[in-house]
Design a protein around this ligand. Structure first.
Ligand code: FE
Length: 203
């Protein structure tokens, strides 16, 4: 089975406050598209790789399977990150209802988001977790860390490449800029796309 992934397009003209076009375009064109290219290259190589010689200490197959997860998650997380930018930060509708229910209030969620974003070395993912039927801010250090039953609703990239050009080392200011630019319609669209209201009622 040959899998190939095409990069998604995003409206990069809708710039987040405080972020430059140069930084966003670099992030998209160099990093995101680079992950897509490498993911496709891995899929090509898996077609020919030596399955019989696979070994958990070192083998070609192991390296390809490790980087398959790394690139697949990097692609998904960046796509959710770019898609969730360009709004006015106003959380409303079903996303706000769910945050109120699971975090107590939007302010509580923001508090946990800020703490998570300063703690993580890679990502903060506001996710609906199918296993317990609740929203979580999951903080991860690397693309290949994940809670497998989670569906990302909003994603914040806290790797330095996401903010260094515009904010140098001021991650706190970048987090506030991201909060002001969240497009919460993206979270609501994801809830609809996966029919999560029905899933949640059944949880
Ligand atoms: Fe990134």
């Amino acid at each position: 089975m040959k899998i190939q992934k095409a990069p998604l397009e995003f409206d990069l003209d809708v710039l987040p406050v405080g972020m430059s076009k140069e930084a966003i375009e670099d992030h998209y064109n160099v990093l995101y598209k680079g992950y897509v290219r490498k993911y496709n290259e891995i899929q090509e190589k898996l077609e020919q790789a030596d399955q019989a010689g696979a070994n958990a200490t070192y083998s070609e197959y192991r390296e390809l399977k490790q980087e398959e997860i790394f690139t697949a998650n990097a692609i998904r997380l960046h796509e959710a990150y770019f898609a969730g930018l360009g709004g006015d930060g106003n959380c409303h509708g079903i996303a706000l209802d769910w945050i109120d229910r699971d975090f107590g209030s939007f302010e509580n969620w923001v508090g946990d988001l800020r703490g998570s974003a300063m703690s993580a070395r890679g990502w903060v993912v506001l996710a609906y977790d199918l296993a317990d039927g609740l929203l979580h801010n999951y903080a991860t250090d690397i693309h290949s860390e994940a809670v497998w039953t989670s569906i990302p609703l909003m994603v914040l990239d806290v790797y330095e490449h996401a903010y260094y050009l515009d904010f140098t080392t001021d991650r706190k200011r970048y987090i506030e800029s991201w909060l002001q630019n969240c497009d919460w319609d993206y979270a609501a669209d994801t809830i609809r796309r996966f029919d999560l209201e029905k899933v949640r009622r059944a949880a």
